[in-house]
Design a protein. Structure first.
Length: 139
């Protein structure tokens, strides 16, 4: 079924001017970018977005990294968009990512891994609502 997922192009990628190359990967996979904005997160915003990870040892580093440069927040729409996006992104750790995936081609490390994508329909809905109003989703 047609689905929506939430995506972030992370600071390591915006800094290296990779927004267009990453968007091309999404579009080639049949994902449509139906909302997109470039913003710079505050630590409070990044901490709230990643609240589920706040007990992890890498939480502080994650928040600091996500605020270090602008990000591009986006909503992707398509057939099985959540799974399709995860396939295009590749494994979280670029060392484990398959050939042709975004993380294989562009990610620097498990932290600086170029993109975030929702892992399930419930988190997709929450993450989309965190960044976008309904009026900003133009399918
Ligand atoms: P993301 O999908 O954005 O969700 C949580 C992020 O935490 C994850 O991608 C990784 O980039 C990051 N992360 C996971 N494990 C580590 C780690 N060991 N060190 C630093 N960052 C990590």
């Amino acid at each position: 079924a047609t689905q929506r997922t939430f995506s972030i192009i992370k600071p390591d990628a915006t800094k290296r001017n990779l927004t267009g190359k990453i968007n091309a990967k999404f579009e080639e996979a049949g994902l449509r970018i139906i909302a997109q904005k470039r913003i710079q997160l505050t630590p409070a915003q990044a901490g709230q977005f990643y609240a589920v990870h706040k007990e992890r040892p890498f939480f502080g580093e994650l928040v600091e990294f996500m605020c270090s440069e602008p990000i591009v927040a986006q909503v992707l729409e398509g057939e099985d968009a959540i799974a399709k996006n995860r396939e295009v992104m590749g494994a979280t750790n670029p060392a484990d990512a398959a050939e042709g995936t975004i993380r294989k081609e562009f990610a620097l490390s498990i932290g600086e891994n170029s993109v975030h994508g929702s892992d399930a329909p419930e988190t997709a809905a929450e993450e989309i609502a965190f960044f976008f109003s309904g009026l900003e989703l133009v399918g």
